[in-house]
Design a protein around this ligand. Structure first.
Ligand SMILES: Nc1ncnc2c1ncn2[C@@H]1O[C@H](COP(=O)(O)OP(=O)(O)OP(=O)(O)O)[C@@H](O)[C@H]1O
Length: 417
């Protein structure tokens, strides 16, 4: 990189060349950047530490270290983490699009093999994290990012717990309700990996239906929608339900058959779905067990990631190199991605299909309406489910940093203006 580049382009933490803003989510702004160390395009998530004036929370850093170690083809890589100007910056590999864009793109036809592939990659990522006792807690299609070669990767792992209840005024967080397990809706304080499996089941259902499956507009309504689909749970089905803090008795309604709800799904598919949607979290299938289900071994085999249909990259150019960027441009704010054209990989004997019927076009309006109804969600995790003590939350000061840098392998940089 030339000296002129150095002078004209904003460098963060002496390493990242900041580019355009990609969007704003639950925890703050995300922007694109170039890692001058590797030449790689990255996405930097700037996390507002808000009222935590004391500095970066020690426990958060320890847990970030854990996230950095979660390396798997189906989990987004956390490349680096550093505090800068009072915010915590998390550096991730850059991804082209996400599963929400795939599901919403009316030009994309998803074959049973494509759906199998997407859900298999989701479960693989989950299984790895659950094995290390890390819960995602915020599984939804826009947190399942898709790379240039079609690989699906879980993003935002553990952030919900690390950074607490998101501020819903700034986010789409309210949509997470649609993916929330019944034990959370009944106020469970102790919960486990089953919450992610329930959410994965909702995403599975959404891939089949091409619209969110259970769209509640309040927690009570969400439970109502769940019960209307699967029937009000009987205590014999879910013994511990009545002891949950927010348990209220719902009028009994019978469920519908899964075949009625998902007419296009095969028997194997419905069997797996029913096990992922088990009311009792203790009886719910785990991600690891789900991957062993015959749905994945019976035909058709899951589509190779590179052959999966996907929307055009959210931002162009997808993979600019440092040399392609004009340092005079400075950071540019881009509006949210729009679907202008589609990428449909050629598949032998498989014609690219245009979806015949109209999909839910009102996503944005729904989103806004639901945002207005936003409310708090239970976000705390009881560590006793893992036999651990809840972490205490001492904070660090600058004197601790060099020690932490060595201990945690985090690259702390001086917080210059
Ligand atoms: N690794 C990444 N690569 C490319 N774009 C990303 C990456 N991570 C996030 N983004 C984009 O940045 C924007 C904000 O992302 P973020 O994850 O903070 O929030 P969100 O997914 O939009 O909503 P929520 O916070 O409710 O999950 C989104 O447009 C998202 O697609």
């Amino acid at each position: 990189m030339s000296e002129v580049d150095n002078l004209l382009t904003k460098k963060v933490a002496d390493r990242y060349l900041k580019r355009e803003v990609l969007g704003e989510g639950t925890y703050g702004v995300v922007y694109k950047a170039i890692d001058t160390k590797s030449g790689q395009v990255v996405a930097i998530k700037k996390i507002r530490l808000g009222k935590q004036k004391e500095g970066v929370n020690f426990t958060a850093l320890r847990e970030i270290k854990l996230l950095k170690e979660l390396k798997d083809p189906n989990i987004i890589e956390l490349i680096d983490a550093f505090p800068h100007k009072g915010n915590l910056h998390l550096v991730f590999e850059f991804m082209e699009t996400d599963l929400e864009a795939v599901i919403r793109d009316r030009n994309i036809f998803l074959s049973p093999a494509d759906i199998k592939s997407y859900i298999q990659m989701t479960l693989k990522g989950l299984a790895v994290c659950h094995k290390k006792w890390v819960l995602h807690r915020d599984m939804k299609p826009n947190n399942l990012l898709i790379g240039a070669h079609g690989q699906l990767k879980l993003a935002d792992f553990g952030l919900a717990r690390l950074f607490g209840s998101p501020d819903r005024r700034f986010t789409h967080q309210v949509f997470a309700r649609w993916y929330r397990a019944p034990e959370l809706l009944f106020g469970a304080k102790q919960y486990g990996p089953g919450v992610d499996v329930w959410a994965a089941a909702c995403i599975f259902a959404e891939l089949l239906l091409r619209r969110p499956f259970l769209q509640g507009n309040s927690d009570i309504d969400q439970l109502g929608k769940i019960f209307a689909a699967f029937g009000t749970p009987k205590p014999s089905q879910w013994h511990d339900m009545v002891y949950l803090p927010d348990y209220v008795e719902y009028q009994y309604v019978p469920g519908q058959s899964l075949k009625t709800l998902f007419p296009t799904a095969t028997e194997d598919c419905l069997d797996l779905l029913s096990k992922m949607f088990s009311y009792d979290p203790k009886a719910r299938i785990s991600a690891e067990q789900a991957l062993e289900h015959r749905y994945f071994s019976s035909g058709p085999p899951p589509t190779e990631p590179a052959l999966l249909p996907r929307p055009p990259p959210k931002r162009e150019p997808a993979n600019p190199r440092v040399s392609d960027l004009n340092p005079n441009d400075g950071p540019v704010v881009l509006s949210p991605p729009r679907k202008s054209r589609r990428v449909m990989p050629h598949r032998e004997g498989f014609e690219a299909n245009v979806r015949p019927e109209k999909m839910d076009d009102h996503g944005n309006e729904l989103r806004q309406a639901a945002d207005e109804r936003s409310e708090q969600v239970p976000m705390s995790l009881d560590f006793s489910v893992f036999g651990m003590n809840p972490p205490t939350r001492p904070t660090i000061n600058s004197a601790d940093r060099s020690h932490l840098k060595r201990k945690l392998d985090l690259e702390f940089q001086p917080e210059e203006e």
